[in-house]
Design a protein around this ligand. Structure first.
Ligand code: ZN
Length: 230
């Protein structure tokens, strides 16, 4: 949020623009203009007793709750949100949209019982290259509204798997086997973890994370992603 005289001055010279439609942002608008915020293809999965994202994990992993902020659709200008967050250094996008999402989740009982928000870790090499973990930025936004602590220490990525995009579902699954592990198997014991990722597609990466987390006894796992494919 802009607050200093200098920021106001800069904004007059170089107004920030809406990531989706390109319109100049006015005061109190961040990342998206009000119109785009209103038109965002939200899933509202948190309002359903069960949803298609949860069904993706049925029979594969015991999950309490799965939700996502918006649909990741072909040709949608909202795809740009993820692109900027992941590949264009716009880590603010993750924080701001994480906050937006958190306001919807604030009164959901399953979310109220979360002990730790855990962003899907990047491999240290990738983190060094990108300089930030996009999922952690989303977690920061969620945490600032929900007041739930973030843990980035106990779940780690031990292998840097190659790009998933060109692989089939079964190849993706194989490609993610054994890439995560927890440092301390007791740390998440009796805890409810909200795993955070940028986008849910096949769920292979999340499943690999869940497998690692299930080494811990009596752990409860929920999932939040910024976007989800239909
Ligand atoms: Zn807009």
């Amino acid at each position: 949020m802009k607050c200093t005289f200098f920021d106001h001055f800069l904004n007059l010279l170089y107004p920030e623009s809406c990531l989706v439609c390109g319109a100049n942002l006015i005061q109190h608008e961040e990342v998206l203009c009000l119109k785009c915020l209103y038109e965002m293809p939200k899933t509202n999965y948190h309002l359903l007793s069960e949803n298609p994202a949860e069904r993706r994990f049925l029979g594969k992993a015991p999950i309490k709750f799965v939700t996502a902020l918006f649909f990741f659709r072909k040709g949608s200008s909202f795809r740009k949100v993820l692109h900027e967050l992941k590949y264009n250094g716009r880590k603010d996008v993750g924080v701001i949209l994480g906050k937006y999402a958190a306001f919807d989740l604030l009164h959901i009982p399953a979310i109220a019982s979360v002990d730790y928000i855990v962003p899907i870790p990047l491999h240290p090499k990738k983190l060094k290259k990108r300089t930030y973990n996009q999922s952690e930025q989303i977690a920061i936004g969620l945490s600032s509204v929900l007041g739930t602590q973030i843990d980035t220490k106990n779940l780690i990525r031990i292998h840097n798997n190659t790009s998933q995009t060109s692989k089939s579902a079964s190849e993706r699954y194989k490609n993610t086997e054994g890439i995560f592990r927890t440092i301390d198997k007791e740390f998440f014991k009796h805890k409810h973890i909200l795993l955070v990722d940028d986008v849910l597609t096949t769920g292979a990466t999340l499943e690999a994370c869940i497998k690692a987390l299930l080494q811990t006894e009596n752990i409860t796992i929920s999932i939040f992603t910024l976007a989800v494919t239909e």
